[in-house]
Each structure stands twice: as C-alpha cells, then as structure tokens.
Design a binder for this molecule. Structure first.
Ligand code: ATP
Ligand code: MG
Length: 672
C-alpha cells in the first residue's frame, strides 16, 4: 500500500497525530495521499470505515476517489465509509436531524431554477424585474448564505439600495423556503453549521460518528464549509486536508483560498507537508503550467518537477472560425487515436463555457466519434425528467408548491391559471401549502364547484399514491403512478415524432431505474434509508450537474475547465484560447485575471502526454461574425516550447490591443 509512495507522501499518510495540510501543485499525488490514507487508517490504525469521512467538491471527483479507495479496501472493511461531496455530507446531516432544524421528513431540495422562480415571485410583487436583477439577487443571497450571514444581518450590513433590496428578498425567501419545507443548495452546508453551533449535544453525537476527516481540493472551501469541518473535527484535530492555492477557481461561489492560511491560525499544531514531484505530466507540459502561474502572486512558493520525460511540444493551432476549430479537433482525435494507439477515452476536450460544447457535439456526431459531456445540459434538464422529478418531489413533500405547479396540469387536468391563482391566494392567507388547501372546506367560497372538484380529485389521487408509496414497494408504486397519469400517451401527443416520444420515455425509465439503484445502494449502507432519502439524493445529483448514465465506455470526454479539476487525461485539447473567452470577458471587465489564469493552469495540468491549444480567428457572437484575439495566456507560455500552426503567428501585445480596440468599436457601432 505504501510502497508506491515517495517519502513525503508517506509522511503525509502516516502522520495521524494531529491536523495535517498537504500543500502541493497539480499532479503531485494529493488525492492519492487521501485515498491511501483512508486505507491506512482502516488497515493500520484500526479506525472503522464508518468513522471516516472524506469530502471533495464534485460528484465526478467523489466517484473517482471512491474507485481509487475501492482498489485498496474492499468488502466488509469498507462498509459505511463516507466518500462524498460536501453537499452530500450536509444532506445526510440534515436528513438525520431535520426535526431539530424545524423541517418535516421528505423536505424538498430546491435547485437553481426553483430558487430563481421563487425569487422572481417574491420580487414581482413589488415591480417588474428582469432576469439579470433576479440573477444578481440570487447570487447575493447565495454569497450571504455561504458566509453564514443571516437575513437580519444582511439588512444591517447593506450599504446601498441594491443590497437593501436583496437583503429584504433574502428574508422573505428564507421564510418561504421554510414554509415549503424546502432547503436550497447553500442550506446544505449552512443548516448543519447552524445546528452544530446551537446544539452542542448533537454536535457531540456527530463528533463521535466521524473520527477522522479528509478534505480534497481544500482551496475551494468557502466560509461555511470550513466551519463545518472545524466543528466536526473539534478538539480531536483528526484532519487531513490537501490543496493547491493555484487551483482555486471558485471564488465566485464564495471559496476562500485564504482558508489555507487560516488553518494554521486555527490549528497551531498544524503540520504542513509539501510535495514537489509531479507524476502526471511531461516536463514540457509542467513547465508551461509553472511559467503561466508564475504570473500570479503566491501565498506559498512551490516547485514542481517531473520525471515523465520531456514529451512533445505543446501545439497551438489557429483556425479560421469556430466551425473549422471544432472540425480540426475532432479529425485530430480520429488520427491520433490510431497513431498513438490510444482509446477515445484518453482524449478530453476542455472549454471555458458550456455553450462552447454545441459545435463540438455537432462535429463529433458528424464524424461518428463517441463522446460524453459532463455537466451542461444534463440528463436532469430534460423536460420529461423535470416532469417526473416534479411528481417525485411532491410525492415525498406535498408542501412543495413549486412541484405542485409543475405537475398539476401535466398531463392536462384543465385547471386554469386563474383557479391556481385563487388557490394560491387562499393557501397564502392561511399559511398552508396549495396541496393542503385543495382539501379545505372553505375553498368553495372562492372557487366554483367544478373547479373545486377537479382540485380535489387531484388531491385524492396524489394522497392515495403517497400511501401506496409508503406502504408497499415504493418503486412499483412510482412506476404505477407514471402509468396512471398515462405519461407515455402524453409524450406521444406532445413529441415531434414517435421516435422522440420513445426516447423520452426511455429516459423516464432510466430515471426510475436509477432511483431504484440509488435506494438500494443507500440501504446497503444504512438500513433506515427511505424513498425520500433516495429522491433527495437524486435531486442533489441533478443540482451538481451529473448525468444519470455513469458509464465507463470508450468515449471522448467533454467538459468545462471547472469540472475538469482533479481529473487527468493522456491527451488534452483546450479550445477557444481567445481573449473574452479565456480570460472570460466578465473577468477582464472586473480586472480579475488571476482566477482565469488559475483556470488555465488547471486545464493545462490535466494533460499527461500531449496538450493542444486551439483558437478561432473568427467566432459568431450575437449573430455576428466577430474577429477574435489570441488569449494573453499564450504570451505567458515559454515560446520555445510551443509549436504554432495556422495563419496566426505568435501574438504580440500591440496586435492584441489593436484587435481589442477594433472589437470594442464594432460592438459600440452595433449598440452592444
Ligand atoms: P490535482 O492537483 O490535479 O488534483 P493531485 O495532486 O491530486 O492532482 P493525483 O491525482 O493524486 O494528484 O496524482 C496524479 C497522478 O500521479 C495519478 O495518476 C497518480 O496515480 C500518480 N501518482 C501519485 N503518486 C504517485 C507515486 N508516488 N508514484 C507513481 N505515481 C503516482
Ligand atoms: Mg487531486
């Protein structure tokens, strides 16, 4: 188990006497330290697997980590081990302690869209608001929650009208969430922290449950996540965190890389281990990454070297336009796969924004290259999945008005908007949910008999289905429910062709199968897990932009730079190396280039053997063809290590500035 590790890594694994920070650059084996240490704690230190919790940020990373641990510890020895995302850990805590927090079992998890639509409703009461303002308020509320600032404090802290407005919405929003028996994404961390602060007895119980914690990608923790870790660890100090300040890319979500420094202040006995050997990339790739990141200021100095050989030059390819760029990348993958005797899954294509994947998808399909997109328009964003998820949500939490509204007329039950509005007003006045309002006798005074009858029929049907779901086999009850509403018939009426309807129905089946699978896996670990818990887990997975099919088949991997963190591929293509894309325009405008540089650093350091950077000379934006300027980050790479191709030669700063000035004037003339 330990023989593969270098002396520093070994030190990090074997040190269990107090809090430990492993601080090191990309590919130096930080995650490997965590996975080996889990096995070490179980096998050598006699700590039971169910007393160990390892957390990271994305589902993909958590799954990878689980796989890596699975190779070292198997079967009974690993039972009850927690390897999950921060949010999943939070969800588990809330699930077990919901009563103390004032939530009923089966509470709903609001996703980004639910949150948006609630904020929109709350703001519409006062005046018309556009999507930008709603987005801004949502972002501010999220930041407050991540910083553990309560609505009243936010009101007190507000310095201008904008902040006062957002804080007022925050207060209402929180009240409504509670009334809907719902929590949002940020609450998954904030509520456990609040719980532990207010209830030392409960905290003690959890401290006895979790004897050792390990945190990967520590540089991306925000204030509330850090506090959660600190509370759980308590006096014991049984903590290993690993991180790299150069890979901090979630400041926009409240991440605080300074948590790395804070750790030393909060735990004076903190031991720091630095790793310097990179086992992932060739020397040229590593040198490019190091040279680029040297342009950022540093909290900790790090040096990184590799014995993986010099490797090939980094190719920089300039293409005519985005179409040509996508085609070039795809045809290259086709030929390289053969030349290098590689598999499709050895290639990954990374980009700054999800929207960039569309053209790549078209080309991949045209050349019949199998591919998989992580994130973006996920499985869960599909209409049919949202519909059925709506039914699942209301099944376990009838107070979820958002879900109620999603499913009430799908399929059609001819309950019109004015009926729903009256029902909503009635429910609001009495502080009950719309579902419960349906069965109230007083409803007859505001609605006609016919309307009341329709609402009651729906209410009875749902109540019956709920009972079946809780008394019998829940999965069969859910399958029956989908049959009852004749969802398949509805899909056939509402799809462009029978094939499309079939495909959509197949997705619904995948969803139910995956629910069944999730429930089974949860029950293997914890006998008390129920259908509500399984549904909550699915909703969470949806929120973390995961695709339902978790297959390892041979496909080219496409994802954003953000979601590539922690992963590695033999051959990496980063597309769209242009100003305004990478660095992103918003960051240029805000003068926040450092985080974009770290993002580029994360991208470059995913590559093991070859790295190719591409760009387009022209790109369509707002329906217009615009000239693009090569990314400033290309200037920052060692010129002698780059092999340029295409018309564009090494960009110089003057040229870029000219390009940018021309672009600005064009935008101005277009009124953008
Ligand atoms: P990142 O910063 O990107 O998350 P990391 O520091 O977590 O990277 P790992 O993913 O743990 O790095 O390791 C990178 C690669 O190096 C993996 O393929 C891993 O198996 C390999 N590796 C780690 N340690 C060793 C070692 N001592 N000997 C050989 N290979 C190693
Ligand atoms: Mg890692």
């Amino acid at each position: 188990m330990l023989s593969r590790l270098n002396p520093r890594q070994r030190e990090a694994v074997e040190y269990v006497g107090g809090p430990l920070l492993v601080l090191a650059g990309a590919g130096s084996g930080k995650t490997s330290v965590i996975t080996t240490k889990i096995a070490y704690l179980i096998k050598e230190c006699g700590i039971k697997a169910h007393k160990i919790a390892a957390v990271t940020f994305t589902n993909k990373a958590a799954r990878e980590m689980k796989e890596r641990v699975g190779k070292l510890v198997q079967g009974k020895e690993s039972r009850g081990l927690t390897v999950s995302t921060f949010h999943n850990l939070g969800l588990n805590i809330i699930r077990k302690e919901h009563k103390t927090l004032g939530y009923k079992a089966g509470f709903s998890l609001f996703d980004d869209q639910d949150t948006k639509s609630l904020i929109k409703d709350l703001m519409h009461k006062d005046f018309q608001t556009d999507a930008d303002i709603i987005g801004m308020v949502q972002h501010m509320i999220s930041n407050w929650k991540n910083d553990l600032i309560e609505p009243e404090q936010a009101l007190g802290l507000a310095e201008n009208d904008k902040e006062t407005l957002a804080a007022a919405v925050y207060r209402e929003y929180d009240r409504h969430l509670q009334a809907y028996n719902a929590v949002d994404f940020d609450d998954l961390i904030r509520l456990p922290v609040r719980l532990f602060r207010d209830h030392p007895d409960i905290l003690e119980r959890w401290q006895n449950k979790i004897h050792y914690m390990l945190v990967d990608e520590y540089q991306d923790t925000n204030v509330s996540q850090y506090l959660l870790v600190k509370l759980i660890i308590g006096y014991r100090g049984a903590l290993t965190v690993v991180g790299d300040d150069d890979q901090s890319i979630y400041a926009w979500r409240g991440a605080r890389p300074e948590n790395l420094v804070k750790l030393g202040e909060d735990f004076p006995s903190l031991r720091i281990v630095k790793l310097e050997q990179n086992y992932r990339s060739t020397s040229l790739i590593l040198r490019a990454a190091n040279t680029l990141i040297a342009n950022n200021p540093h909290v900790y100095e790090k040096t990184l070297w590799s014995e993986m050989g010099q490797g090939e030059q980094i190719r920089v390819i300039s293409c005519r336009n985005e179409d040509a760029e996508a085609e070039r990348v795809v045809t290259e993958i086709l030929t390289h796969r053969i030349k290098k005797d590689a598999s499709y899954k050895d290639f990954s294509i990374l980009y700054r924004g999800n929207h960039q994947s569309r053209i790549l998808e078209i080309k991949l399909q045209a050349f019949q290259v199998p591919y998989k997109i992580s994130g973006g328009t996920s499985f869960f964003a599909r209409h049919e999945i949202k519909d059925i998820m709506g039914y699942l949500k209301i099944l376990v939490n009838p107070d979820d008005d958002n879900a109620f509204l999603r499913v009430i007329n799908m399929p059609r039950r001819e309950i019109g908007p004015s009926t729903l509005e009256k029902l909503g007003t009635y429910a609001n006045q009495r502080h009950i949910s719309m579902f419960h309002a349906c069965s109230e006798l007083g409803l007859e005074q505001s609605l006609s008999e016919k309307q009341v009858d329709k609402l009651r029929r729906f209410n009875h049907w749902l109540e019956k289905t709920r009972q079946r779901c809780y008394q019998d086999d829940s999965i069969s009850a859910i399958r029956e429910m989908i049959h009852d509403i004749d969802y398949e018939g509805w899909l056939h009426q509402n799809s462009s062709s029978p094939q499309v309807a079939e495909r959509r129905m197949a997705n619904v089946r995948i969803l139910v199968d995956s629910l069944q699978d999730t429930l089974k896996r949860m029950q293997d670990d914890d006998d008390s897990a129920s259908i509500e818990d399984a549904i909550a887990r699915l909703v969470l997975r949806d929120m973390m932009e995961q695709q339902a099919e978790e297959d390892d088949s041979d496909r080219v991997q496409l994802m954003t730079l953000h979601s590539a963190k922690g992963l590695e591929y033999p051959h990496v293509y980063i597309v769209g190396m242009e100003e305004d894309l990478l660095p992103h325009r918003n960051s240029i405008d805000d003068g926040n280039i450092e985080e974009e540089r770290r993002l580029a650093y994360v991208g470059i350091t995913r590559a093991r053997q070859t790295l190719t950077l591409t760009m387009a000379a022209q790109r369509k934006q707002f329906g217009e063809m615009l000239n693009c300027t090569p990314s400033r980050f290309l200037d920052e790479l060692p010129p002698e290590d780059l092999a340029w191709e295409g018309k564009e030669q090494e960009p110089d700063k003057a040229k870029r500035e000219r390009g940018r000035a021309a672009l600005d004037s064009l935008k101005k003339s277009l009124g953008l």
